[in-house]
Write a protein that binds this ligand. Structure first.
Ligand code: GCV
Length: 694
């Protein structure tokens, strides 16, 4: 059985409503519109018997039946006006017969056309994909069209993804019986029930897959980059294959993170040197075994030489040599390697010339390797050079590895941005990163174009996001964090989309079309990132959080090497006179950051060590601005609460209450940050806060 599980289609309250995510398909409330829709969507016709065809059929039937409030039948061929015909030329003779082949070929296998047409003399709607996955994305796009209450007559929609790999990275660890094993997971346990698989396949895997497909995600790395070898152990492959079978029906390829020393740990070899023929043979054999279980296996993600993970540097081999060895072994099967640039610390002692400033290290290792990676390797760089802070400058690798497939990794799970306590809608942050002009090839060399591959002409493009899903019934811990998952998929598909429109569509689908709700929730989402920044790490301060496992609370005393506070000033001097990090950017960008006057204020303390008495553009001194920011952030949470309270009676009581409780927790968190940081900085600087009037 494909399509939504029972839980995903039956209306419930509270947690059960959250479970249905943005795919609730509640009846269109306007009776006139519903009637009009019924005449345009009278039956579903999907030819073919592939798993994706079955998903498409079931999704369209369930989605339309929900939205139209009548059972919409499935037919073998269009027999009446208003049929909805979905498929691609390769599997649907009806679609092939339309003669749209050239147009569809231009859109690629994941692109689609939704168009009003005539078949067998009947007016119909055709959802035609370049390939099957394109048709599936078209089907979800069509359903979204109805969910958003857009017009169904004279449809003409064409779309294709801007990035071809749109992948979730789960940081789930291996454990045969315990499930609470998600690194930086704030939504319960891992979704993958290894002790039950492959015999019991939880219907939730299907709901996970369909949610992803509905926003265009086409890959899932199911395990932590800090990898456990168990994931490629022979006895566990049938379990993993059972997951891949579910994913396949929704166009999602399964990938695995691997440990670089697997040949030693699992194969008993003496070393894992990528140039050793026995190591290469071991990987070839292991990869063939994996493909024996999962014919469309996507490939590997590797974190090498970092945080205890082994890598090629142990053998005096570069990261390019290390990645290419795996890529060569995967190539015959159509697999790829995603190779992370997140490296720092003692593992790099094996190579010379590495700076002490941690944020310089990734660039120093990878920049010299441009052009050395195989064409089925995508180098995966975190959005910033440090580690998913609430604010970081763009990773300087973007734009500066023109001869490499360079993908981006963002963090959907909120390790440094509030866990499951704070609302921090990260889409505006990611959008700013995509829009950043690296100037690498002159104005207009945005990160978006680098990642898409359009700046330097690369066919492989990757947007990866560290997943925020877990077994909590609402999927994401903080229920509004669903909007981060949703927004990730939408931006990965098209990184030129505006946060405002993403917030608008998510709100309409998750809640309602009530103007007050749409305006209220959109505003709350859009304001939440800045609010979080204000009460935690304003002006480009970083890593103020505790070192313990949870990254929620401030511990500024122990983090001085990162935020650089002294008796006289605060911030890290990364200018030319300091660590020199600034010169990892092309000269015009570097000059802007290097100069205290032109450095964007939100990154001031990232690049400069600034006296507390320095006067900012606003006329305030730095220290008074910081105090005001901590207080302003707390007031900002108050504004979010007031905006949410105003929606009482417009959002169902249970969901309203769930969010309200979270916002109250967030208020306490913000107060804690305010009190800790004002106390810390006033003691450190000896400068008291000038009383805040408001
Ligand atoms: C999976 C940070 C996180 C780690 C994470 C690491 C990485 O250090 O705190 O949990 O490890 O980044 O991205 O590899």
């Amino acid at each position: 059985m494909n399509g939504p599980s029972d839980a995903a289609v039956s209306a419930g309250t509270g947690a059960e409503e959250w479970y249905r995510l943005w795919l609730r398909y509640v009846p269109v409330s306007d009776a006139g519109l519903r009637e009009a829709y019924r005449s345009h969507a009278a039956e579903v016709v999907v030819e073919g018997s592939t798993p994706i065809a079955a998903s498409m059929r079931d999704e369209l039937r369930a989605g339309l039946s929900g939205l139209l409030g009548v059972e919409v039948p499935v037919s073998a061929e269009p027999g009446r006006a208003g049929a909805v015909v979905a498929g691609c030329p390769a599997t649907s003779p009806l679609v092939a017969g339309l003669g749209w082949g050239d147009e569809l070929a231009k859109l690629g296998p994941e692109g689609f056309i939704i168009r009003s047409a005539r078949i067998n003399g009947h007016p119909v709607t055709v959802i035609a994909g370049g390939g099957e996955r394109g048709a599936l994305y078209g089907a979800f796009r069509y359903l979204r069209h109805l969910q958003l209450q857009d017009d169904l007559s004279s449809l003409e929609i064409k779309d294709q993804p801007r990035n071809n790999l749109r992948v979730l990275n789960h940081w789930d660890n291996w454990h045969p019986t315990r499930h609470d094993m998600v690194e930086r997971g704030y939504a319960g346990s891992t979704l993958w029930q290894w002790d039950e698989l492959p015999d019991t396949v939880d219907p939730r895997y299907r709901d996970y897959a369909r949610a992803n497909a509905s926003i265009g995600i086409n890959g899932s790395v199911i395990n932590n980059v800090s990898a456990h070898v168990e994931f490629i152990q022979s006895e566990n492959l049938p379990k993993i294959a059972a997951l891949a079978d579910v994913f396949r029906a929704y166009g999602i390829r399964l990938y695995l993170s691997v440990r670089y020393d697997s040949p030693m740990v699992l194969g008993g070899l003496e070393k894992s040197d990528p140039l050793d023929p026995s190591v290469q043979a071991w990987w070839r054999e292991k990869i063939a075994e994996i493909y024996g279980h999962i014919p469309d296996f996507g490939g590997f993600l590797v974190k090498g030489d970092c945080e205890g993970q082994p890598g090629p540097l142990s053998y005096g081999r570069s990261h390019a040599v290390g990645a290419n060895m795996l890529a060569d072994a995967l190539r015959p099967h159509g697999g790829i390697v995603m190779w992370r640039t997140f490296v720092y610390g003692k593992e790099l002692d094996r190579i010379g010339g590495i700076s002490e400033d941690r944020v310089k290290q990734g660039f120093e290792v990878f920049y010299p390797l441009d052009g050395e990676f195989a064409d089925n390797v995508v180098v995966q760089a975190k959005n910033g050079p440090l580690d998913f802070q609430v604010r970081e400058p763009v990773n300087p690798l973007f734009g500066q590895m023109p001869n490499t497939n360079l993908g981006i990794e963002v963090q959907i799970t909120q390790e440094y941005t509030g866990g499951n306590v704070a609302l921090c809608w990260l889409i505006p942050q990611w959008k700013e990163i995509f829009d950043f002009d690296t100037l690498a090839k002159g104005p207009g060399s945005t990160v978006r174009k680098v990642v898409e591959g359009s700046l330097d002409g690369h066919p492989l493009s990757l947007v990866a996001g560290v997943a925020n899903t877990g077994t909590d019934r609402n999927w994401t811990g903080h229920p509004l964090a669903q909007a981060n998952w949703y927004g990730f998929g939408r931006l990965a598909w098209d990184s030129s989309l505006e946060p405002h429109s993403i917030a608008d569509e998510w709100t309409r689908m998750t809640f309602s079309h009530d103007d007050k709700v749409v305006r209220g929730i959109t505003g709350i989402l859009l304001g939440s990132w800045r609010t979080y920044e204000q009460f935690t790490q304003p002006l480009g301060l970083n890593l103020m959080v505790e070192r313990a496992r949870c990254r929620l609370y401030p511990e500024p005393v122990f983090r001085e090497p990162f935020h650089g506070a002294t008796e006289t000033g605060v911030g890290r001097d990364r200018t030319r006179g300091g660590t020199g990090y600034v010169d990892q950017y092309p000269p015009p960008v570097a000059d802007r950051f290097n100069d205290l006057d032109t450095c964007p204020e939100e990154l001031l303390l990232w690049f400069h060590h600034v006296p507390y008495t320095h006067t900012l553009k606003s006329g305030e001194t730095l220290i008074q601005h910081m105090y005001a920011s901590y207080r302003g952030g707390v007031r900002g949470v108050g504004v979010l609460i007031a905006a949410w309270d105003a929606l009482q009676g417009h959002v169902d009581a249970q969901r309203h209450d769930d969010v309200r409780q979270k916002l109250q927790e967030q208020l306490k968190l913000a107060e804690h940050w305010r009190d800790t940081c004002i106390c810390y900085f006033s003691e450190k600087s000896g400068i008291p806060e000038i009383a805040d009037e408001q």
